[in-house]
Design a protein around this ligand. Structure first.
Ligand code: ZN
Ligand code: FE
Length: 727
């Protein structure tokens, strides 16, 4: 760009940004500055431009000086970027790159997934085993070339390549491979295919036999599968896409975007939910495939058995996935950092991140204070951890449920890799208050081994702090934290919490009524137990349980066991979890008596809404928030109202409760900023409704956008709280 404007000088990549020196007249320098803003590569992030005039020597060219690595300081590592349009064109016109599926340039291609260390250059990536050919080398060194210093630069004669295998044959010619894969997909087969951050399984999303067979072999319950569409028109045929959604699904991050379904794919894709996790092609090979595929949509789900981490290792992939898939498509470049496809949803015109991984990681969250040397180990089920470098919090990719041993290994391995790549030296540890979380155990091991202090952070305080960190808030606020489960300071299970909090601490102003969970964790898998428990709590033994049709479908013996447990208070831990209330209501109206996957009951409850109403059910706020009247009214509504209406009215009730208690806090404490965080706020209907009601009542509302509102964002909250508690 400097050359285009005839400006001489130099540019230098530093740990704190980019420094450019140019000499010339002010007007040209101004135009140059504007061009930088306007034509910045899509994946770049210009936080600010500062211009200073200074005395310099005479330059007679523009040059790029080597980047300086200052000990312990880092330049940001780029997330992986979807292939750009220029590169797609090169696949048709550049003689060295015709149909070359590893084409990339400085604007696109793999980044985080192939990086082994810093500074970011080819020798520190898994591209190191490929020697650049002469022509790539000259592009790599040509300042005016789009591939100048593109570390993964490659072409047909020097770069990685795909290979294909099934029970009968092996292929290495990409054209033959694509033909074969298309045939397989068309005939209902499953193909294992190596992606950017791990292996995927792929089959025709319109072929119900293919999808249900894959589901069975993968041992995947009924959790919805993600779908890759050929292009935007294909996606629009099956999903409703508004402007904000179109922008995100097309963005260089290429996440899975949760969209409202318009037309049916195979019913086995989403098992009766009204949403589809949709994405567009992002690797060159995806584009090539859709050219030869007849179907406009394929299921593309992580290659693993049930809930293990996505497989990255080629040999393990072959061993494990060949039993699920009919054929195997791989390539000979190693994946160093495992990433899943990220999942987002547009709520209130803004991005809500549900799973933060490919395309997002490891971009840091900028803070106004130092978190240097702090490592926060996160929660358990949707674990991510976080390390502090200066004023930046670097979140790991989505790790998953630590109770799964393979996932726990992924957690340990990734902590080592992050420490290595970011040259991180821990001085302070943060973890959850829950004594049994595996992340807590790991934190305790770390504490003993390194002899550094450990700070335990209450789960819902961390949720609220994660959102405060995103918005640069460091003051007392109203924190509404609704989720399923979190360990409370009183030893009970929390999750319907109204906190008055700052980054140092909190008081619990009010919470959802405690309700027993008959059978403990078992009640999470069987929402009918929570339905029974709520009714038992509010209306007792004498209630006519037979009058609710849900209980007619449950084994009489099971019901009496639950009743015994409740009467005698045996194995009935108390919970204020909002998730359990949603479970109970979902079960009472017959949507999900038993949950097969995580959060299924609340998802089905939200999915049932198909109407517009502002009506809500009665509720009480006393010392706690009491839903007795709500449950009573829902049961009365059952024979006369549609499920859709009952569900909408129930969601409105929770939103009204949020408003009501926020008003009480405002009255007492003169606070006006409300933070909404916790997994329940992944519910689009609830979050939009709550935000609307609060804003209309002149509250300032803050929600999560950079990190998940679910437990995947907990580690960010932990790290900022720890930084404030540090002596
Ligand atoms: Zn490109
Ligand atoms: Fe949580």
């Amino acid at each position: 760009m400097a050359s285009k404007h005839g400006l001489f000088g130099e540019v230098d990549n530093r740990s704190d940004g980019v420094s450019v020196i140019v000499q010339g007249d002010l007007k040209t320098i101004d135009l140059f500055g504007n061009d930088i803003l306007q034509y910045a590569p899509p994946a770049s992030q210009i936080k600010s431009i500062e211009i200073k005039s200074t005395q310099i020597g005479i330059y007679n060219s523009f040059r790029i000086t080597g980047s300086k690595t200052i000990e312990n300081q880092i330049t940001e590592i780029s997330p992986d970027i979807a292939v750009c349009n220029d590169c797609l064109e090169d696949m048709e016109s550049d003689p060295d790159r015709i149909d070359y599926p590893f084409v990339n340039c400085t604007n696109c291609g793999p980044r985080f997934t192939i990086i082994e260390g810093l500074p970011y250059d080819r020798q520190k990536t898994t591209m190191k085993s490929f020697r650049m050919c002469e022509s790539c080398n000259s592009e790599y060194n040509d300042i005016l070339n789009r591939r100048f210093h593109a570390q993964p630069i490659a072409c047909n004669s020097c770069g990685p390549f795909y290979h294909y295998k099934d029970s009968l044959k092996r292929l290495t010619d990409i054209r033959l491979i694509l033909q074969e894969v298309s045939l397989q997909i068309a005939s209902g087969k499953t193909v294992a295919i190596k992606g950017l951050g791990g292996y995927h399984l792929m089959c025709d999303a319109l072929n119900d036999n293919a999808v249900s067979e894959m589901r069975q072999k993968k041992q995947r319950d009924s959790k919805p599968f993600a779908v890759m569409f050929r292009d935007i028109p294909a996606a629009k045929k099956y999903c409703y896409i508004d402007e904000a959604e179109e922008k995100e699904i097309k963005s260089w991050r290429r996440p899975i975007l949760i969209l409202k379904q318009r037309e049916n794919l195979s019913p086995s894709v989403n098992k009766g939910l009204n949403t589809i996790g949709a994405m567009l092609p992002y690797m060159p090979v995806h584009y090539m495939l859709f050219k030869s595929l007849r179907t406009p949509a394929v299921v593309l789900t992580s290659g693993n058995i049930s809930d293990e981490p996505i497989i990255t290792d080629d040999q393990m992939a072959e061993r494990q996935l060949m039993s699920i898939a009919d054929s195997f498509l791989s390539y000979n470049r190693q994946i160093f950092n495992r990433t899943d496809d990220s999942v987002i949803r547009i709520i209130n015109q803004k991005v809500s991140v549900f799973r933060r991984s490919r395309g997002f990681v490891p971009r840091p969250v900028d803070l106004k204070y130092s978190v240097e040397g702090i490592i926060a180990f996160g929660a358990e089920q949707k674990n991510s951890f976080c390390i502090g470098k200066g004023n930046q919090a670097v979140m790991s990719q989505y790790i998953g449920d630590l109770k799964n041993p393979a996932t726990y290994n992924f957690f340990c391995e990734t902590i080592d890799r992050f420490s290595d790549i970011f040259r991180f030296r821990p001085e302070l540890i943060a973890c959850d208050l829950h004594p049994q979380y595996l992340s807590t155990h790991y934190a305790e091991l770390f504490e003993n081994e390194l002899n550094i202090p450990l700070i335990r952070v209450q789960h819902h305080h961390a949720h609220i702090a994660s959102c405060m960190a995103e918005h640069g808030l460091d003051e007392e606020i109203i924190g509404v934290s609704l989720d399923g489960t979190g360990f409370g300071s009183d030893g009970n299970i929390w999750g319907g919490e109204f906190l008055i909090a700052d980054l140092k601490g909190f008081t619990r102003f009010k919470y959802f009524d405690y309700v027993p969970m008959p059978g403990g964790e078992k009640a999470v898998d069987e929402p009918w137990r929570m339905a029974y428990s709520y009714i038992f709590k509010y209306f007792g033994e004498s209630f006519d349980y037979e009058s609710v049709s849900l209980f007619k479908s449950i084994d009489k013996k099971k019901l009496s066991v639950i009743k015994e447990m409740l009467v005698n208070k045996i194995n009935t831990p108390l919970t204020s979890g909002a998730g359990r209330l949603f479970d109970a209501v979902s079960a009472i109206i017959g949507l999900c008596p038993e949950a097969i996957f995580d959060s299924e009951a609340p998802m089905r409850l939200e999915s049932a809404i198909d109407c517009e109403t502002n009506d809500f059910y009665p509720f009480q706020t006393d010392n706690t928030i009491v839903f007795a009247d709500t449950i009573k009214a829902i049961i009365e509504d059952l024979p006369k109202q549609k499920k859709s209406v009952i569900s909408a009215k129930f969601h409105n009730t929770v939103a009204q409760a949020i408003l009501e208690v926020s008003k009480q806090i405002r009255k007492e404490k003169s606070l006006n900023k409300v933070i909404l965080s916790g997994g329940v706020f992944q519910n689009k209907y609830l979050l939009e409704k709550s935000q609307y009601l609060l804003s209309r009542n002149r509250f300032k509302v803050f929600t999560n956008h950079l990190v998940p509102a679910n437990d995947g964002g907990i580690s960010l909250g932990q790290i900022v709280i720890a930084s404030k508690m540090r002596k």
